[in-house]
Design a protein around this ligand. Structure first.
Ligand code: KG4
Ligand code: ZN
Length: 346
C-alpha cells in the first residue's frame, strides 16, 4: 500500500510517498519558502498560500518520480488539514480532494501535530524505528507550537500541557530578529551559543509551574530579553536592532536564552515523568528538535531516568510530507478514512 502525504500548513510544501508494507519512506520532497519571508522577519500568510499553489503540483510529480511509482499506484492520499494558516492549508486539502476524487482514491485528513508527534519514529535511512516504546512522552516544539503529549499507541495521544502564549521556536526567531538576524533564527541562536560555551550568562526568568503542573509560556521571556537588549544599547524601541553591537554580547544573549528554554523543557519533562511514572520513553519532535544542545541535555536526563530517547533527523523535524504520509499509513491500516466533506480546521 502506497500513501501520498501532502503537507502545506505553513511555509513549507512537503510531499512524500510511504510504503506501508515495507515501512519505508520512498521519497520526501520539500520546497521551503524561507527565502520568500526572510526579509519580513516572519511568515506572510498571503505570500505563503500563493507559493503553496505554485509548488504543489511540481512537488507531487517529484515525490512520485523519486519513489518510482505512478499516481495510479497510490492507494490513499493523506493531507494536513489542521492546524495552520488557513490559506496554506486550503491549497493542500483542495488539491488532495481533487486528486482523490478524479482518481478514485481514499483521502485521510491529518492533524499536523500528530505528524510531528509520530515523526519521531522516522529514521535517517527512511526506515521506521521499531524501538520507540508505548506509552511515552512526546515534546513537540516548532515555530508555531510547544506541547507535551502522553502517547499510548499509533494515533492515540493526549495533550498534557501546551504553551499559554508563544511557541519556543518563535521566541528564538524573535530574539534573533531583535539582534538583526533574518527569519528563522533558531539555528543561528544555537550556533552563536556554541561560540560562548552554552553558558547561562544572564539568567533570564524561568516560568514557574503552578501546582506542579506542566506549564509553558515564552512571551514573558521574550520581553525580558528585549528589555535586556535595550539596557545594553543593542536594541532601540523606535529603530530596532542597533548596529555595531559586539558579537560576544549577542552570543551570550543567545546562549542564555537557549539554556533557559532548555531548563524550562527539562523541568516540565521531569514533572511529566513524575506524573506518568509508567512511561518508558521520551520523544522530541518539531523544528526546534534539530537543536543538538537540547538533544544532548535531554539524552542525559533520559539516561539517568532509564528512559529511551528518540528524535528524528532534521529532514523529519522541520515541516515535511514524510510525517504526514507515515501517519496516513497507520490510519489507512486502521481504516480511518475521511469523506470528501473534509475541510481545514483550527
Ligand atoms: O516545525 P517547523 O519547521 O515549523 C513550524 O511548524 O513552525 O519549525 C521551525 C522552527 C523555527 O522557529 C526555527 O527557528 C526552529 O524551528 N529551529 C530551531 C533550530 N532549527 C530550527 N530552533 C532551535 N535550534 C535549532 N537548531
Ligand atoms: Zn510544524
Amino acid at each position: 500500500m502506497f500513501i501520498l502525504g501532502i503537507e502545506t500548513s505553513c511555509d513549507e510544501t512537503g510531499v512524500a510517498v510511504f510504503d506501508v508494507q515495507r515501512q519505508l519512506m520512498l521519497s520526501n520532497a520539500l520546497y521551503s519558502q524561507i527565502a520568500l519571508h526572510e526579509i519580513y522577519g516572519g511568515v506572510v500568510p498571503e505570500i505563503a498560500s500563493r507559493s503553496q499553489l505554485e509548488k504543489i503540483q511540481p512537488l507531487v510529480s517529484l515525490a512520485l518520480e523519486r519513489a518510482g511509482i505512478t499516481l495510479q499506484q497510490v492507494d490513499a492520499i493523506a493531507v494536513t488539514c489542521k492546524p495552520g494558516l488557513v490559506g496554506s492549508l486550503l491549497v493542500g486539502v483542495c488539491y488532495a480532494k481533487g486528486l482523490a476524487w478524479a482518481l478514485g482514491k481514499k483521502i485521510i485528513g491529518i492533524n499536523h501535530l500528530e505528524g510531528h508527534i509520530f515523526s519521531t519514529f522516522l529514521r535517517r535511512d527512511n526506515t521506521v524505528s521499531t524501538d520507540v516504546p508505548f506509552p511515552h512522552l512526546s515534546l513537540t516544539v516548532s515555530g508555531g507550537h510547544t506541547a507535551m503529549y502522553l502517547v499510548e499507541g499509533f494515533g492515540s495521544y493526549t495533550c498534557i500541557g501546551r504553551t499559554e502564549d508563544d511557541a519556543a521556536g518563535e521566541a528564538f526567531d524573535k530574539v534573533a530578529k531583535m539582534m538583526g538576524y533574518p527569519y528563522p533564527g533558531g539555528a543561528r541562536i544555537e550556533k552563536m551559543a556554541a561560540t560562548v560555551g552554552f553558558e547561562d550568562y544572564f539568567k533570564y526568568p524561568r516560568t514557574r509551574n503552578p501546582d506542579g503542573n506542566i506549564f509553558f509560556s515564552f512571551s514573558g521571556l521574550k520581553t525580558a530579553v528585549l528589555y535586556h537588549l535595550v539596557r545594553e544599547g543593542a536594541y532601540s524601541m523606535t529603530t530596532g536592532p542597533v548596529a555595531g553591537v559586539s558579537d560576544e554580547l549577542k552570543a551570550k544573549v543567545a546562549s542564555s536564552l537557549l539554556v533557559c528554554i532548555t531548563d524550562i523543557f527539562l523541568k516540565n519533562i521531569e514533572l511529566a515523568f513524575k506524573k506518568y511514572p509508567t512511561i518508558k520513553g521520551f520523544t522530541f519532535g518539531g523544528g526546534v528538535a534539530c537543536n543538538q544542545y537540547m538533544q544532548e541535555r535531554m539524552a542525559q536526563f533520559c539516561a539517568i531516568k532509564g528512559l529511551s530517547f528518540h528524535f528524528p533527523p532534521p529532514a523529519f523535524c522541520t515541516d515535511n510530507g514524510g510525517m504526514i504520509a507515515f501517519v496516513g499509513g497507520y490510519k489507512a491500516q486502521q481504516e480511518k478514512f475521511d469523506t470528501f466533506t473534509l475541510d481545514v480546521g483550527k
